[in-house]
Each structure stands twice: as C-alpha cells, then as structure tokens.
Design a protein around this ligand. Sequence first.
Ligand SMILES: NC(=O)c1ccc[n+]([C@@H]2O[C@H](COP(=O)([O-])OP(=O)(O)OC[C@H]3O[C@@H](n4cnc5c(N)ncnc54)[C@H](O)[C@@H]3O)[C@@H](O)[C@H]2O)c1
Length: 95
Amino acid sequence: MEFRDQVALVTGGAAGIGAAVAAALADQGARVAALDVDTDGSERLASQAAPGRIVGFPVDVRDAAAVEAVVNAWSRTSARSECWSASPACCGWGR
Ligand SMILES: NC(=O)c1ccc[n+]([C@@H]2O[C@H](COP(=O)([O-])OP(=O)(O)OC[C@H]3O[C@@H](n4cnc5c(N)ncnc54)[C@H](O)[C@@H]3O)[C@@H](O)[C@H]2O)c1
C-alpha cells in the first residue's frame, strides 16, 4: 500500500499502458482518475478495482480545460496529491 491515501491521474487510462498503470496504482492504495475518450473501457477498468479506487472521466486529453478541471477536482479529494501520468499524453502535479 505504498500509495495509500494518495491521488493519481492517468491519461489514456482505459487501455494498454495507461490501464496497467491505473490498476497498479490502485492496487497500491492510490485513488486513480482515469482520463480517456473510451468511456466503456474506463468503466470496465473501474469495475475491476476496489469500489471508488478508480474513477473514469470521459476526457479528450487534447482539451486542456477539461483536463485541468479534472486535475483540480481530483486533487481536492486528498490532502496528499501526487500524479503519475501515462499515454497518450502527460500532465502532472505533485509535491
Ligand atoms: N504498447 C507499447 O509497447 C508501446 C511502446 C512504445 C510506445 N507506445 C506508445 O504509448 C502510447 C500508448 O500505448 P498503448 O499500447 O497503451 O495504447 P492503447 O491504444 O492500448 O491505449 C491508449 C489509450 O489512450 C486512449 N486515448 C487515445 N487518444 C486519447 C485522447 N485524445 N484523449 C484521451 N484518451 C485517449 C485510448 O482510448 C486508449 O484507451 C501510444 O502512443 C504508443 O504508441 C506503446
């Protein structure tokens, strides 16, 4: 549980590398926002994780305002903010 109580944001989180990163972070205790245009894939991934551990957001990462909105909302859900990013694009915050 290395990432317990931390929040993470993974772009392209519905499939492939992003989904693997999201699942690994969730397994380690993080709560993960998975941003992807594939909402079905995000929901499928979320359903396989512990309840609330992965939440899918239907976001095209080319839409900077939409990504920023999720970052702002998600970072407020924890006192500890960390970010890991994945394909197809990257964004991050942390301390
Ligand atoms: N898989 C590999 O071995 C490998 C190796 C080197 C580089 N890459 C690169 O890494 C990236 C990801 O690879 P992958 O195998 O995980 O791909 P993938 O197709 O399995 O997963 C990519 C995910 O990104 C999502 N996505 C695509 N465009 C998006 C957008 N604009 N906004 C939000 N989500 C979007 C897709 O819906 C999908 O869920 C690719 O750019 C690939 O070229 C992959």
